[in-house]
Design a binder for this molecule. Structure first.
Ligand code: HEM
Length: 143
């Protein structure tokens, strides 16, 4: 085999090995939520529902809502498998001192569902997304 061909075979093999070591990330949920623009609409919708939600509005009354919106979009994007980086603080740190309960958590999830319904996100997609958020409840409540 000519030397140049060896080089090509070698390079192709190393590419294959590289791919095998780093499997392509599954971003189907990110796509189904409408990518970053779709996620931003969902977050903004959720915050609007929260603003009308007497159960949990009190927690948000004095926050920097633009920052919370931006960090939530990043966070949800990462959770959905999208190409984003979360630059906010840890969930434990952020929610420390709020003493959130399970009911508070459920109320926020209800507002999130309302926002996803408004964006016509199919229920199967909604359930996939909520299944990724649910395990984080422990980092958020009773802190
Ligand atoms: C899995 C569920 C949750 C996630 C992933 C989440 C995520 C976040 C993120 C990313 C931020 C912004 C962080 C930053 O500024 O660096 C934030 C802030 C906040 N979250 Fe949550 N959160 C969750 C549940 C809740 C619940 C249930 C409540 C209350 C009912 C809540 C109330 C707040 C408030 C009030 C802030 C603003 C804090 C501040 O800026 O002082 N969160 N959350």
């Amino acid at each position: 085999m000519p030397r140049s061909l060896w080089l090509i075979v070698g390079l192709s093999l190393s590419l294959l090995v590289g791919c095998a070591q780093q499997p392509a990330k599954d971003d189907s949920l990110y796509q189904d939520l409408g990518q970053r623009a779709g996620i931003q609409k969902i977050v903004e919708g959720m915050l609007l529902y929260i603003a009308q939600d007497d159960r949990i509005y009190k927690y948000f009354a004095k926050v920097d809502i633009v920052r919370v919106r931006d960090k939530l979009v990043e966070r949800f994007c990462v959770e959905a498998g999208g190409p984003c980086t979360y630059t906010g603080d840890s969930l434990e740190e952020v929610h420390k001192g709020m003493k959130l309960s399970r009911s508070d958590f459920n109320a926020l999830v209800e507002d999130l569902i309302a926002a996803m319904n408004e964006q016509h996100i199919p229920v199967t997609t909604q359930n996939r997304f909520i299944a990724r958020l649910a395990p984080q409840r422990g980092e958020v409540i009773e802190k």
